[in-house]
Write a protein that binds this ligand. Structure first.
Ligand code: KMH
Ligand code: ZN
Length: 312
């Protein structure tokens, strides 16, 4: 029997909070840069844009709601992509601060980190001797002794206020196998509804390593816990970005790329834009005879509330 064709959702995470401006001149920092690169990524084939906001003056991660709304509104005016606001913010932001913009924006999708963990980026600090801005070194070095806090209570708060309260669907970021069980716990408690959208995150320092066997194991456990109640996507950090996305896609996953997760487009070569990474994964997917989901197909696959229901 012929198998029904499936569409692959490309998420592009355009800037994040981990990389800093010194690391790449192509990392979008100002609202205009973030908007332009988000629109470029959408035109290249991304149907979800995962967003963080940065202070226009110096590129520091910000929770400023005016900056957020400016970015969201301008992208929405220019293209019909699904907008996903981070609730992870930056490791150094308390949960209340991380939630200000998402609760105002009521987006179709928001990130949800499924556990507290170490999140090391301090090793990147040694690569540079001169910095564009004075906050950058301490931001990276500070990750040596910081905890990326996502307690059960934090997760409950996000699920209740943003999920139940605003109809937002979550990109459930799972950095290890235990996070899948935490997600199953919240599913059992009906605090989150299927279809789940699980982002398997491999290769961060503090999370599960980017070994294909880890991905196979996480998929096996997700099948056992969630059956047909979930969609899944793969994010490989740094040099693992394209290889793991390719492995995931051949196993049936959606994929995530973007400068938040890797600044590169091949060994030692900085990506010139987010769109470049989207074009690369798109061409790999199309070579594998996989079809790319449009924003509306993504809304239907993930059962999103729709762009007319957001708060921006
Ligand atoms: N950069 C990812 C590995 C969030 O925004 O909530 C982590 C992330 C967290 O995307
Ligand atoms: Zn993020």
């Amino acid at each position: 029997m012929k198998k029904a064709s499936r569409k692959v959702i490309i998420t592009c995470a355009v800037t994040g909070a981990g990389h800093t401006p010194t690391m790449s001149p192509h990392l979008p920092v100002t609202p205009s840069d973030i908007v332009a690169q988000a629109v470029g990524a959408a035109q290249a084939g991304a149907s979800i844009i995962h967003l963080h906001a940065r202070d226009p003056k110096d590129g520091r991660p910000t929770s400023d709601v005016n900056v957020w709304l400016d970015i969201l509104q301008r992208i929405k005016q220019q293209c019909d992509v699904v907008l996903n606001t981070t609730t992870g913010g930056s490791t150094f932001m308390p949960i209340e601060q991380r939630l200000i913009a998402p609760l105002r924006a009521k987006p179709e999708v928001a990130s949800l980190n499924m556990g507290s963990m170490n999140f090391g980026s301090y090793m990147m600090a040694d690569k540079y001797t001169e910095w564009k801005f004075d906050w950058e070194y301490n931001h990276l070095e500070g990750s040596r002794d910081a905890v990326f806090r996502n307690t059960f209570k934090d997760i409950e708060t996000i699920l209740e206020q943003l999920g139940k309260g605003c109809g937002t669907k979550f990109e459930c970021e799972c950095y290890d196998v235990g996070h899948l069980y935490t997600l199953a716990h919240f599913l059992d408690r009906h605090l989150i509804e299927p279809p789940l959208f699980i982002q398997m995150v491999l290769g961060t320092l503090g999370g599960i390593g980017a070994d294909p066997e880890n991905l196979v194991h996480m998929k096996r456990i997700a099948d056992k816990l969630f059956g047909d109640q979930y969609q899944w996507s793969v994010l490989g950090a740094g040099k693992n970005q394209m290889p793991l996305a390719t492995i995931g896609a051949t196993m049936g996953s959606h994929v995530r790329v973007g400068l938040e997760d890797s600044l590169y487009a091949g060994r030692g070569k900085l990506a010139q834009s987010n769109a470049e990474q989207v074009r690369t994964i798109r061409s790999i997917l199309e070579s594998l005879s996989l079809e790319i989901a449009t924003p509306d197909e993504t809304r239907s696959i993930l059962k999103l509330k729709g762009a007319a229901q957001v708060g921006f």
